[in-house]
Design a protein around this ligand. Sequence first.
Ligand SMILES: NC(=O)c1ccc[n+]([C@@H]2O[C@H](COP(=O)([O-])OP(=O)(O)OC[C@H]3O[C@@H](n4cnc5c(N)ncnc54)[C@H](OP(=O)(O)O)[C@@H]3O)[C@@H](O)[C@H]2O)c1
Length: 337
Amino acid sequence: MDLSRQIVLERLPQGRLTTDCFRLEETERPSPREGEVLLKVLYVTLDASNRAWMQGPTYRAALTAGGVMYGRALAEVVESRAPGPAPGDIVFAETGWRDWAVMPAGLVQKRPRTAPLSYLLSVYGISGLTAYHGLVDCGRLAPGDTVVISAAAGAVGTIACQIARLKGAARVVGVAGGPEKCAWLTRELGCDAALDYKAGGVRERVREACPGGVDLYFDNVGGATLEAMLVEMKNHARVVCCGSVSTYDGSAPEHGPRGVPGLLVTKRLTMTGFIVTDFAAGREAALAELRGWVERGRLKVPEHISDGLEDLPSALVGLLHGENRGKRMVRIRHPAE
Ligand SMILES: NC(=O)c1ccc[n+]([C@@H]2O[C@H](COP(=O)([O-])OP(=O)(O)OC[C@H]3O[C@@H](n4cnc5c(N)ncnc54)[C@H](OP(=O)(O)O)[C@@H]3O)[C@@H](O)[C@H]2O)c1
């Protein structure tokens, strides 16, 4: 009997996520029925939202305990019993945290065989597209803008910082956790300045780094950093609400950013939330521009890849603790390799 391994979300976390919320189990490898495909999972992507979805329903249903952990992956079609997907095809699918998956053919999305394949999850995947559409379409990034980006050393943030620079921002400032990450953002990713939010005083240091105020704030974190940023925005400035990772790993925050109504009025700010799929119509054009930058060596693609299905729980916990630089993912090893 061929075996397959999978990771079950055994219980929902109380407080911060820990690896003992998960359990690895072996099961019989599934076989596809009519209309289905058998997938060999190659890379599983870790996203901050994986944790947010444990808190309750959002634009999708909440994750519940007892089943295979939800996860998106890049996989190879090994067997197809449906028109369309063929053996050898590379696809993106919501396989969950498992090394083999059977899925309805209609739920897998074919992808080109890019080298390296991992780019399909980072710069050409949800992270890269979120950075692009968030800044360009939602944030209406304009040449000459002073731009601040939080979670700047993460998957979305690293790409967003570079897009801001490539699109002519006058000043790009990253906010990230720790002095090493901040030094890396200025040394490697072209940020003009980077602020360690863990050292406190975000508001004062944003003011130092952006003395004329901020035109566009790309908010990945919410909470105290968002609160500080609202004060430092120029009149008529834009805040792009991409996510609020500071609120994901634990119980709900006691209060949101204070001062929102007053500052929105007096500074005539625009705060816009978005989900990357809102911009599906512009996806191909965005990918073409991203590909052009990558191929001309103008856009770096930081990735943090570890090996083995069993590493997924600690990879997600690590992401929430800020261990990653760039896109976090796990490469799935298969016995014959
Ligand atoms: N709107 C959309 O369609 C969309 C799509 C994808 C992702 N997102 C959002 O984009 C954001 C980034 O997601 P990602 O998957 O790219 O994750 P990521 O940035 O790769 O990783 C999360 C980062 O958040 C930082 N962080 C953790 N706790 C924090 C806290 N309390 N305060 C401030 N920063 C904290 C950590 O870096 P530090 O070391 O800097 O703390 C960590 O590396 C998330 O809010 C996510 O929900 C939105």
